[in-house]
Structure formats: structure tokens, C-alpha cells
Design a protein around this ligand. Structure first.
Ligand SMILES: [Zn+2]
Length: 334
């Protein structure tokens, strides 16, 4: 029913709200010299990224199935394993250490079982109790979920660092999922019991608690070489912010920030920029994800990206990018 509401809302939007997106960036954004020690970020669309340095590789929950908006509203949806294999198979992720899942909506979790089983068999899944219970007994990967609910940090209090290897650690941060439109939040709720079957409808993928993450790539002496912030949903500050004490020691090198639905909360992205002091900002989850990854994901974007960019530019002095799918960023480790 709630899907139907979304479908109707989107269908009934006046054409003037369907905002064409100005050119972003594609290919490779090279900020490191050839052969230089670098952190690489590859955009897979929606909340999906490959974030890596040397042998330390982290994935964030990708979506390759991309059911259409009509299908999402009116028909059952399920992971398209052929599409997952086609797109994830382009990348070598068999040694990925972790898959970070900020919340359990279908566009962040539905393809994770296939990715975890087939492509990243060693990866632990970092997520909420609702993530684990949604994966339930049917997916075969719920026992790989490391729950972050009790160890996440806030702006005032540091959370626990999860060491994934000697070279990388992750801290979950309490966040929140902004409304989708007009204060209306789709697919809201938590699961306290494991599902014994795959959810059939988009509306059965409940968000649960939402988290953002700090990812630190470490020097041999334990110092921080490079710091990434990742969110997969817009959130109203102070939720989603990193502990001030952690940022005081080292600001963020690259912040992955979500623009979609930014107008549903106050002070986004301003609060995040003030808190994280990022050197660079990359926008994720901005494109039209109701289309195939190979389709035209730039048109019919419902977020006013120009307005978002203008607000970002007022507070962020460094570089920022809005990448097309498959864009690769290489940043030198300093
Ligand atoms: Zn969501």
C-alpha cells in the first residue's frame, strides 16, 4: 500500500519537478600519481561502493537489480541474480573484508545475499538487527552479520572501532533515515524476529535503525593514513555526525554524502560539512535508480541537485563530485 502511495506521488508529480541533472564526472578521477600509495573508491550506484587500499577492500551495500518504479510499487520485487553477477562480476572483490549496510531498505540490502555468497564470500556484513533479521534463515548469510546496534558512536560519544585487518578499521555511527517526501517515510519499522523467507514486496524491506560509518586506513604504527565517511541515507544532524573527539584528531579525507531527499531535513549537508571537515566530498545515491545501471540514470531525478550543490558549495571549500556509475576515484595517502 505504501508503495502505491509512492508510485502515485511520483506519477502525479508535475513535469517541472523532474529535474535534469547537469554533467557530473565519469571515468577515473586521478588525484594520486601512478604507483603512489592511494585509496581507491569505485561508485557502483545507489549506496554501492568499493573502497580499497592495497589488499584492504570494503564494499558498501550495492543494488544492481534496480526494479522499475512501477514494479517496485505494484509487483513483488526480488534480487536479479543475473544482473548482480553481471555487474559485480566486473570487479575482483573475492577478498573483500566487509559489506557495510546502513539500513535494510530493498535498495541497500536486496542484492547483498548474492554478493556475499557468490562474490565476497569472506566478507562480514556490518549492519543492524533488522538487517540480520531481514536476511533471516532464507539467505544463508545472516550468520555473517556483525551487529553494530550497541557499539555505534554519536557526535558526543565515540563508538567502537571494528578492526577488519591490521590496515583498516570501521566505526558505526548512529544515524537516521530522512523522510522520502512531504515528511512521509516509506517502509519504516524494525524486525525483531528472523524472516524464514525472502521478502516479496519492496515494502517488506523495513529500514530498521540507520547507521553511517567511518572507515580508517591505518599506518603500520596504528596511525590514521586516510579517513572515509560513508552514509547511505540523508539524516538530520546531529544524528549521522561523527564524534567530535575523533574528528579533532583527524578530519575526514573523503566524505560520501547523499543528496536525495536532502530537502526533508534541516542543515544537510551543512551540519555534516561542519562536523567532518572533509577535504573532498563525493555524492552518492543521487541518480535515478529505478533504471538499469546501463540505462539513462541521469534523467528524471527528483532531487534538485543544483540547489543541493549550491548549498554544498557555500560551506565546503574543497573539491566535490557527482559521479556517474562506475566512476573511479584515486586519492593519495598522506
Ligand atoms: Zn532507504
Amino acid at each position: 500500500m505504501r508503495s502505491l502511495v509512492l508510485l502515485l506521488a511520483v506519477t502525479l508529480l508535475p513535469a517541472g519537478c523532474l529535474i535534469p541533472v547537469s554533467p557530473g564526472v565519469s571515468g577515473t578521477v586521478e588525484r594520486a600519481a601512478p604507483g603512489e600509495d592511494a585509496v581507491t573508491l569505485t561508485y557502483l550506484g545507489v549506496g554501492g561502493w568499493i573502497i580499497e587500499r592495497g589488499g584492504d577492500q570494503i564494499l558498501t551495500g550495492p543494488l544492481f537489480s534496480n526494479p522499475s518504479i512501477v514494479a517496485t510499487g505494484l509487483t513483488p520485487v526480488r534480487s536479479d541474480t543475473v544482473a548482480v553477477d553481471r555487474y559485480m562480476g566486473r570487479y575482483e572483490v573475492s577478498r573483500a573484508l566487509a559489506i557495510l549496510v546502513g539500513h535494510a531498505h530493498y535498495d541497500h540490502l536486496m542484492d547483498v545475499p548474492r554478493v556475499a555468497r557468490r562474490h565476497a564470500p569472506r566478507a562480514v556484513i556490518l549492519g543492524s538487527e533488522t538487517v540480520k533479521n531481514t536476511l533471516g534463515t532464507w539467505s544463508g548469510v545472516a550468520d555473517r552479520v556483525l551487529l553494530v546496534d550497541d557499539i555505534a558512536g554519536t557526535v558526543e560519544e565515540e563508538g567502537e572501532w571494528i578492526g577488519l585487518s591490521p590496515g583498516v578499521r570501521v566505526m558505526p555511527l548512529y544515524s537516521h533515515h530522512a523522510a522520502h517526501f512531504e515528511g512521509y517515510n516509506l517502509y519504516q519499522g524494525a524486525l525483531s524476529r528472523p524472516l524464514d523467507g525472502e521478502p516479496r514486496w519492496a515494502s517488506e524491506w523495513l529500514d530498521g535503525e540507520t547507521y553511517a560509518f567511518l572507515i580508517d586506513f591505518l599506518a603500520p604504527d596504528g596511525g590514521v593514513d586516510f579517513r572515509v565517511y560513508y552514509q547511505d541515507a540523508v539524516c538530520a544532524a546531529p544524528r549521522g555526525l561523527a564524534p567530535e573527539s575523533v574528528i579533532r584528531e583527524r578530519p575526514v579525507d573523503v566524505a560520501i554524502i547523499v543528496p536525495a531527499t536532502f530537502d526533508q531535513v534541516e542543515w544537510h549537508p551543512e551540519g555534516l560539512i561542519q562536523n567532518l571537515e572533509p577535504r573532498s566530498v563525493i555524492l552518492g545515491h543521487w541518480e535515478n535508480f529505478f533504471r538499469s545501471p546501463d540505462g539513462d540514470t541521469r534523467s528524471v531525478v527528483l532531487t534538485d541537485m543544483r540547489q543541493f550543490q549550491a548549498r554544498l558549495d557555500r560551506v565546503h571549500r574543497g573539491e566535490s563530485w557527482m559521479p556517474d556509475l562506475w566512476t573511479v576515484f584515486r586519492f593519495p595517502v598522506s
